[in-house]
Write a protein that binds this ligand. Structure first.
Ligand code: UFG
Length: 328
């Protein structure tokens, strides 16, 4: 039996593929390579194609005896989703619907879904547990929540067991393999700060310093991408014996402000980070911090690399060796 990873050539996808390979799973990747990178995969079978391609998915499932799908493939930029909501509903909701239809027809009954903290929207209580209300403030979060809803009904109708993993701020790079973050364009804080420290970009702009937080800048919950990868592997294992539909938060439970991130990058690199202070970015909540107690208790998830120093130093290592991302 094998695991199909959609979007497996992407950032979190490729780290999860490495984790699954390391634990002896047979892994097949499907990625259209519009955002993913072929170089992020090492000896894993890659199909270049679309999750809505019924014929291709059916062929992969039969040929490789796929019994579990880990689904990353999606558009995932919050800001872009506000500009192009219909593209997001098409790429995320419509195409995942098509994928689920194929899986249901072929009797694939285990599904691990890459969801997001963006399903919660503006928090009414921090740390955020899985019971927190879901009220997304952007189309990206709404598409992910819609898919979570679809999964509930798929269990009801087709007996498809699923686990949705709602991650907070994925960051860092693999500690041994040459894979890391390479988004184009890059919008995430840690790679931007690291690149600014390394002289790979002119400066970083801090979006707002008038929030009600300890230093006025936004607080986020950064979790190492290898810890996220291990949670996906644990979810795949859990679905071998656990039935039904479940949801887990994945974060480290500690919040760091934008200024604190810049300080740690400065300390780790020994360089000053060229910083500009700008206006707030629309839609940014002041504080997003997870409670991951459920994942720790029920998935036996252990955070090994999510202290901010390790996150930052792994990112520094990746960006210094790959100044142009996977192309160099
Ligand atoms: N930030 C800056 N300057 C930048 C970029 C970011 O100050 O140039 C700040 C943001 O305002 C925010 C923090 O750094 O306060 C983190 O921003 P990111 O863009 O790195 O991450 P977000 O918290 O906005 O979003 C992340 C994921 C989303 C997911 C969301 C869920 O990237 O996919 O968490 O909470 F939806």
């Amino acid at each position: 039996m094998a695991v199909l990873v959609t979007g497996g050539a992407g950032y979190i996808g490729s780290h999860t593929v490495a984790e699954l390979n390391e634990h002896g799973f047979e892994v097949i990747v499907l990625d259209h390579l519009l955002n993913g990178h072929r170089q992020a995969l090492f000896g894993t079978t890659l199909y270049e194609g679309d999750i809505a391609d019924h014929k291709l998915i059916a062929e992969i499932i039969k040929k490789h005896a796929i019994d579990t799908v880990v689904h990353f493939a999606a558009m995932s930029l919050v800001g872009e989703s506000v500009q192009k909501p219909l593209d997001y509903y098409e790429a995320n909701v419509c195409k995942t619907r098509a994928l689920l239809q194929t899986l249901a027809e072929l009797g694939v009954q285990r599904f691990v879904f890459s969801s997001t903290a963006a399903v919660y929207g503006e928090p009414v209580q921090v740390p955020i547990s899985e019971q927190h209300q879901t009220s997304p403030t952007n189309p990206y979060g709404d598409t992910k929540l819609s898919i979570e809803h679809m999964l509930r009904w798929c269990y009801n109708a087709y007996g498809m067991h699923s686990i949705s993993l709602r991650y907070f701020n994925a960051a860092g790079a693999h500690l041994t393999l040459p894979i890391g973050e390479d988004h184009r364009p890059e919008t995430h804080l840690i790679p931007l700060v690291v690149q600014a420290a390394l002289g790979q970009r002119e400066h970083v702009t801090v979006f707002g310093e008038d929030y009600e937080t300890r230093d006025g800048t936004c607080v986020r919950d950064y979790v190492h991408v290898m810890d996220l990868a291990s949670a996906h592997r644990l979810a795949v294992e859990r679905l071998r014996h656990q039935q039904g539909v479940d949801v887990f938060n994945l974060g480290n439970g500690k919040g760091f402000s934008v200024k604190e991130v810049i300080d740690v990058v400065s300390r780790v690199t020994g360089r000053t980070v060229p910083t500009i202070y700008g206006a707030r970015r629309a839609g940014d909540p002041a504080v997003l911090v997870a409670s991951s107690a459920k994942a720790k208790e029920q998935l036996n998830w252990v955070l090994r690399h999510s202290d901010l120093e390790t996150i930052v130093s792994s990112a520094v290592n990746w960006h210094s060796r790959h100044p142009g991302g996977f192309n160099e």
